[in-house]
Design a protein around this ligand. Structure first.
Ligand code: FE2
Ligand code: FE2
Length: 139
């Protein structure tokens, strides 16, 4: 019974990480929508700040899952990748505070899309598959 409980919990954990991933792309879409609305450009900073807070909460959850199942070296490597994304978000906020324009927002949107597609579809997906494999092998 206990085993089933922990499997269900872990499945729900992975499902909730996936929902977070969708939400991250949703923030990027909101930013994209602002590019052609000069009157609303100032909202771009708020969206990025919320994305940063959301991503920070997400990586804490994700890293807890990883620590539960994967070897330390893989976890450490992935934590460094999270740090890179957080740094990039920080730098983007600073650069928008210095100068806000359609061009700047578009550049950030393009780079965020590239960063997060790579991170989520490649590295996170790979890691989730590893976790699922480990869980299945325990049956
Ligand atoms: Fe993630
Ligand atoms: Fe990740």
């Amino acid at each position: 019974m206990k085993k089933v409980d922990s499997e269900v919990k872990s499945f729900l954990g992975i499902k909730s990480l996936d929902e977070d991933h969708d939400a991250i792309f949703n923030y990027i879409e909101q930013l994209q929508a602002l590019v052609n609305e000069p009157k609303n450009h100032e909202y771009a900073i708020g969206i990025l700040e919320r994305l940063l807070a959301f991503f920070l909460a997400h990586v804490i959850k994700e890293e807890q899952q990883l620590q539960q199942y994967l070897p330390t070296n893989i976890v450490k490597e992935h934590i460094l990748q999270h740090q890179d994304e957080l740094d990039y978000l920080d730098e983007s906020i600073i650069s928008l505070k210095v100068k806000i324009s359609s061009n700047n927002i578009q550049t950030i949107v393009d780079q965020l899309n590239q960063e997060f597609k790579n991170h989520i579809y490649r590295y996170d997906r790979n890691i989730m598959q590893k976790i699922i494999k480990i869980q299945n092998s325990k049956h």
